[in-house]
Design a binder for this molecule. Structure first.
Ligand code: PLP
Length: 348
């Protein structure tokens, strides 16, 4: 692999941060409608939420334009990523993905016995799809694509990805993680979900944690062919991990279009602000399609994290291709100003 992550500072030492910009959380959420629904249904917490889960699945199926049997719920998308890795790699094999990529599925695959075949992102930070295709061999059990990608925030061309998924899924199943898709203005058009109706062997993961601001309420889902879901359902019932109030919160959140529109707008204003700070400092950055920005820094990652934490600002640090990088999540504008000031002080 070409990249490694420095441990977030608070892992060693819990600290109270003025600006928590290290976990790509939505600073505005959950939607007030989701909070009301969660509170309203907390007293029903003595009951299992199966009926309500089916209602949520119906609602998601309608939104995505797919059949309900292609949807599987999970307590956040992490659970679905991890369980997929466990099922697909129980007899070994290899996984092909970009490098750097979001590591959750890949790490569980490796722990289960898989070999990771990392394929360097292209110079424009998009997936090198021809190189990924060339890396597929008889032992490849899954291709993982995170689009937009974490930790780079970059997008891969839509038409190229549709073509790749359509063709390559005939050989190997493809898992597309769309956690940050909701931050795009034209998210629905950029999703790979429509390939499900064409019968393609793709799996698409989505989460309520990001644009919906429900990271702590734990709701995610996956869209895939029913035969594929049946394999994963051998080891998990998925929705069993989601609390009844969270199911109601998710349904309410889906109705609160105003909230997600507001998040998208404020997120993009904060990105512009961070770009202007970095431009002013003469720093480069990877243009972001997400709720975080990554940029190279001239300081060793651990020292940088310590200094930023001392300023009350939590960020993440990576080493990518022998360079140090900071990844900062978009918080409120006030938090981004704290970040800007801390960055100028620390890197001065
Ligand atoms: N996928 C990506 C790319 C992420 O960045 C994250 C969280 O940061 C997740 C999945 C998992 O999120 P959750 O389990 O909250 O749905």
């Amino acid at each position: 692999p070409f990249f490694k992550e420095y441990l977030p500072y608070e892992v060693d030492k819990p600290v109270e941060l003025l600006a928590k910009l290290n976990a790509n959380e939505n600073p505005y959420g959950p939607s007030p409608m989701a909070v009301d629904a969660f509170q309203k249904y907390a007293p029903k917490g003595n009951r299992y939420g199966w009926k309500e889960m089916f209602e949520l699945v119906d609602k998601i199926a309608e939104l995505e334009g797919v059949k309900t049997e292609t949807i599987m719920m999970g307590p956040g998308s992490s659970d679905l990523l991890e369980k997929t890795a466990m099922v697909f790699f129980q007899n070994g094999g290899n996984i092909v993905s970009a490098d750097p990529a979001y590591m959750s599925l890949i790490k569980v695959a490796e722990a289960t016995g898989a070999t990771w075949k990392p394929i360097k992102l292209k110079d424009d930070w998009s997936h090198d799809l021809p190189a990924m295709e060339a890396a597929i061999d008889a032992d490849t059990k899954l291709v993982y694509i995170c689009n937009p990608n974490n930790p780079t925030g970059s997008m891969t061309d839509h038409e190229e990805l549709v073509d790749f998924c359509s063709r390559v899924s005939e050989k190997v199943p493809i898992f597309v993680d769309e956690a940050y898709l909701g931050f795009l203005d034209d998210a629905a058009k950029k999703s790979m979900v429509s390939l499900i109706n064409e019968g393609k062997n793709v799996m698409i993961a989505r989460t309520f944690s990001k644009i919906q601001g429900m990271a702590g309420l734990r709701v995610g889902y996956m869209v895939a062919q029913p035969e594929t879901l049946a394999i994963i359902q051998k080891i998990t019932r998925g929705g069993m991990g989601i609390s009844l109030p969270s199911v109601h919160a998710a349904m309410a959140s889906m109705d609160d279009i105003e909230f997600s529109n507001k998040t998208r707008k404020l997120n993009s204003e904060c990105r512009e602000y961070v770009y202007s700070v970095l431009d002013g400092m003469g720093y480069s950055y990877v243009p972001s399609s997400t709720s975080f920005i990554i940029f190279p820094i001239e300081m060793e990652g651990k020292a940088f994290l310590e200094k930023m934490t001392a300023e009350g600002v939590g960020v993440r640090a990576f080493n990518i291709m022998d360079k140090n990088w900071c990844r900062v999540s978009m918080g409120t504008m006030e938090e981004m100003k704290l970040f800007g000031a801390a960055l100028q002080k620390v890197l001065a």
